[in-house]
Design a protein around this ligand. Structure first.
Ligand code: FAD
Length: 373
């Protein structure tokens, strides 16, 4: 493992040369050109894959890049790590950064939180960490708080490509009194508020990693993956998509189709939109991205546009892909599933197929992956 920091104001040629070195997993580029600092994505530092075409950015001259070679042993394991740290003996990690990632018109707050685990709590894409918030369990005085699970939103290499961090996408749980409509701070979610309020350097107790149902099947690199998310359900897919399109993983060269359906309230609530748009531009044959904005768009019946309406719109293609062996994933709030299942059932019936039988087959073939909470 190692990293190489190119001289500040390094030339674009330096970046290309470095990105082509055998172990380079990606390049972090910080754009120093003030003109670009207003642009959220570029201003924060843009991670470029060695595979990506490094197009617009290459025209810049004042940049520095950190080229990171990653711990190759993270690729060599044949089984995912499971429960390396348990609630009785959690790992004490450190918050590296915490950033609100929704705009001012989003209902609610969602944060992207990078946790430094020092390489001690490795995980695979699609797994979750447990977090034990500090303080006493309000239901069991004298006892510590219980573990809450969070899907990991980065690849095994983390957002810095060094295998030492994991990113979470956390929505702050608030409580509104149904009678007064006012927020009641005494009933706010304990762990999500702890995480969303956390600052770099704060300690956080983590457990895990856990979960196998959302692991990305990598045996067929030409496979099709249909990913359906509501809100923070995007987390595991961000990890998959970075692995597919941003990183240069020697053992996984994705050549299939990844199709993301994301449902959120409005444009300001979109999560990681810039990353997904950039994949769409770079890999139009391998990545499709459809969004449902329930408070901004209408479905064909004039109602709110939910993710199942988008699924219905493309149902012909989706059913064909499923028949051809595509994997389909659902992640987000529990409430998303009944509407989606009803839509899929209706579409199946319209096609003269039995949804129950189809679902059984999808489950048996391990094409059906659900993680809702
Ligand atoms: P808690 O303190 O557990 O409270 C739960 C809810 O009850 C809150 O909405 C709170 O406002 C309300 N409440 C509290 N007290 C009262 C009261 N007296 N009366 C009525 N209501 C009350 N979440 C994410 O944001 N991102 C993820 O990626 C994510 N991934 C997950 C993956 C899995 C596999 C699972 C199972 C869950 C995941 N979750 C995720 C959900 C997460 O685990 C937590 O459940 C969530 O953050 C709320 O936890 P909390 O401690 O903030 O709320």
């Amino acid at each position: 493992m190692g990293s190489m920091v190119l001289p500040s104001q390094g030339s674009t040629r330096d970046i290309v040369t470095a990105s082509q070195s055998p172990n380079c997993r990606g390049v972090r580029v910080q754009v120093l050109w003030p003109q670009f600092s207003r642009n959220k994505f570029l201003g924060e530092g843009l991670e470029l894959s060695a595979r990506s075409r490094l197009s617009t950015q290459l025209r810049l001259t004042k940049i520095y890049a950190k080229v990171v070679t990653i711990p190759i042993e993270l690729e060599e394991a044949t089984e995912p790590p499971i429960n390396l740290f348990k609630p009785k003996e959690p790992y004490t990690a450190t918050i590296k950064s915490n950033q609100k990632i929704v705009g001012p018109k989003a209902p609610g707050e969602t944060c992207h939180i990078v946790i430094d685990h020092g390489g001690n709590v490795p995980y695979w894409e699609g797994q979750s960490y447990g977090v034990i918030p500090p303080g006493e369990n309000p239901k069991k005085p004298g006892m510590p708080n219980t573990v809450r699970l969070y899907s990991i939103a980065s690849t095994r290499y983390g957002d810095d490509f060094d295998g030492k961090t994991a990113s979470l996408c956390v929505r702050r749980a608030v409580y509104y009194d149904p009678e007064t409509g006012k927020e009641d701070p005494a009933k706010k979610g304990i762990c999500s508020n702890f995480l969303c309020d956390s600052k770099p350097g704060d300690k956080v107790l983590i457990t895990g990693p856990s979960g196998k149902v959302m692991l990305l099947p990598e045996d067929d690199q030409k496979a099709c993956h249909i990913m359906v998310a509501t809100g923070t359900g995007i987390a595991p897919y961000r990890g998959y998509l970075r692995r597919m399109f941003m990183e240069n993983v020697p053992t996984f060269k994705f050549e299939g189709l990844a199709w993301l359906f994301l449902g959120v309230a409005n444009t300001d609530s979109l999560l990681y939109n810039e990353e997904f748009i950039s994949y769409q531009k770079q890999y139009p044959k391998n990545f499709r991205y459809d969004i449902a904005l329930s408070r901004e768009q209408l479905n064909k019946k004039g109602g709110k546009m939910y993710v199942q309406d988008k699924i219905e719109e493309y149902s012909e293609e989706i059913f064909k892909l499923l028949d051809g062996g595509a994997h389909i994933y659902f992640c987000g709030l529990k409430g998303m599933m009944p509407g989606i299942q009803d839509t899929l059932k209706r579409v199946a019936e319209e096609r003269g197929e039995s949804w129950d039988q189809k679902l059984l087959k999808l489950k048996k073939n391990k094409q059906w992956h659900v993680e809702v909470y």
